[in-house]
Design a binder for this molecule. Structure first.
Ligand SMILES: NC(=O)c1ccc[n+]([C@@H]2O[C@H](COP(=O)([O-])OP(=O)(O)OC[C@H]3O[C@@H](n4cnc5c(N)ncnc54)[C@H](O)[C@@H]3O)[C@@H](O)[C@H]2O)c1
Length: 414
């Protein structure tokens, strides 16, 4: 059995969704007006399908609206918290509803009863296993109460469809004892289920939402810049932008751009972003997204270099794998490898070498850097102890089997 606490968009959909999949679900909400509406079979907000499902699943007894939290939790092995996490005055997520609901749920749990409390509300990384766990422990809650995180990706307006036909299910657990029941509840969903750490699960939700918000603000910033240039059909320009084939296919190639690494380089992205950003400033427009894009591109190279600088001896035999700005190209203009090597040399590293399947000569021509260049991958492997994968050439994937020290700056291994 399942208990769902908080019957808003997410909670009511979750409760009815699991009930529809054949599980018995208790639902609770402490908003008395909302409760009364639900009791009458009315959904107090607009969301297609939910009212029909509320009536149907209440009649069959699969969904039980209740005020008896103690009985609901006693009967259930899993409790989903779907309460709000509004912005606090300080801008941080207000976790008070989550903490309060969790404590109310577990206060009557017997010591030998295993319960999993699943945070479905959107909470920042560290909430479930640090903040909530210590909050409950401080109040005497024992380790028979397990905590998990299961972010929800539904969109308002199509909550039912998004919940019942999700594209992915993410479950953050830190105790294997939570796994069987969660696997059981999600096994009838036709979607891949990823068990990850609670912090990863929490982070994935923010990754998703911040990418969406960033794309919207990017588009809006560009529309304001377009207005300054004048004579630009903004709608048409964006519609044509969307025809880029990289948006299509499975997986769409555009996904490779929403992926971390050690910065973009090459002939086009750096100079073109800089040019538009400079024009925007000249035309009197703040363009914080483009400025931020350029700043992050500088920062990430320093961030990666400092990982090596802070962890390796100055005479370590270090090899930079990949000198071109991307795999499949010998273009070394504005390549992140050059900046990272410069930072290492500035920091006093004395044994730096570089290897690239295609771009060694081009890199030497464009960048005047005093390092050793290696002409084969096997020589690079034989002669060095520390490897920095700076360009994700497919050949370098075999480094996953190497026992040498590796900095995978393109997140391409494993
Ligand atoms: N709305 C969305 O599209 C969406 C999508 C994904 C994730 N989320 C996240 O899910 C969470 C819930 O969002 P929502 O839109 O469903 O919020 P909501 O405000 O519609 O619903 C929250 C419900 O929890 C109830 N509640 C609060 N404390 C309670 C308690 N102690 N006991 C019982 N009920 C309690 C409230 O009365 C309310 O009805 C938030 O963290 C939100 O960020 C929302």
């Amino acid at each position: 059995l399942i208990t769902v606490i908080g019957l808003g968009f997410v909670g009511l959909t979750t409760a009815l969704g699991f009930a529809d999949k054949g599980f018995k679900v208790y639902g609770l909400d402490n908003d008395i007006l909302k409760y009364q509406e639900l009791e009458k079979g009315k959904v107090p907000f607009y969301e297609p399908m939910l009212e029909d499902k509320l009536k149907e699943l209440s009649e069959t007894g699969s969904f039980i609206l209740t005020k008896d939290l103690e009985k609901a939790v006693n009967d259930s092995d899993t409790v989903f918290l779907c309460v709000g996490t509004p912005a606090g005055d300080d801008g941080k997520a207000d976790l008070n509803f989550v903490k309060k609901a969790a404590l109310e749920a577990v206060k009557n749990v017997c010591n030998n009863d295993i319960k999993t409390i699943v945070v479905k509300s959107t909470v920042p990384p560290g909430t479930t296993m640090n903040k909530l766990k210590s909050f409950l422990e401080d109040r005497g809650v024992k380790d028979n109460v397990l905590l998990a995180n299961n972010p929800e990706f539904l969109r308002e307006g199509c909550a039912w469809q998004d919940f019942t036909e999700p594209d992915r299910i993410v479950i953050g657990i830190s105790d294997e004892r939570s796994k069987p029941s969660l696997e059981n509840y999600y096994k009838s969903f036709d979607a891949p289920v990823f068990f990850v750490s609670p912090n990863t699960a929490e982070f994935i939700k923010y990754l998703s939402n911040t990418l969406l918000s960033t794309m919207i603000s990017y588009a809006n910033e560009m529309s304001m810049i377009a207005d300054k240039y004048g004579d630009i059909d903004v709608k048409k320009a964006f519609n044509i932008l969307h025809m880029d084939a990289r948006w299509f296919g499975e997986p769409a190639n555009m996904a490779s751009y929403a992926f971390p690494g050690c910065g973009f380089g090459g002939y086009c992205l750096p100079k073109d972003t800089l040019a538009i950003n400079t024009d925007a400033k000249e035309m009197g427009l703040e363009s914080p997204i483009l400025s931020g894009v350029l700043k992050v591109n500088d920062d990430v190279k320093d961030f990666m270099a400092s990982k090596v600088i802070n962890n390796e001896e100055k005479d370590a035999k270090i090899c930079v794998l990949g000198l071109s700005f991307k795999p499949g190209s010998d273009d070394a203009r504005d390549t992140p490898a050059a900046t990272i090597i410069k930072r290492l040399l500035e920091a006093g590293f004395t044994n730096v070498s570089g290897y690239d399947p295609m771009a060694v000569e081009e890199f030497k021509r464009v960048h005047n850097l005093d390092i050793n260049y290696l002409d084969s991958f096997s020589a690079a492997l034989a002669d060095n102890d520390v490897f920095l994968i700076v360009t994700a050439w497919p050949d370098f994937k075999m480094m996953a089997q190497s026992d040498k020290k590796i900095y995978d700056m393109r997140y391409c291994l494993g």
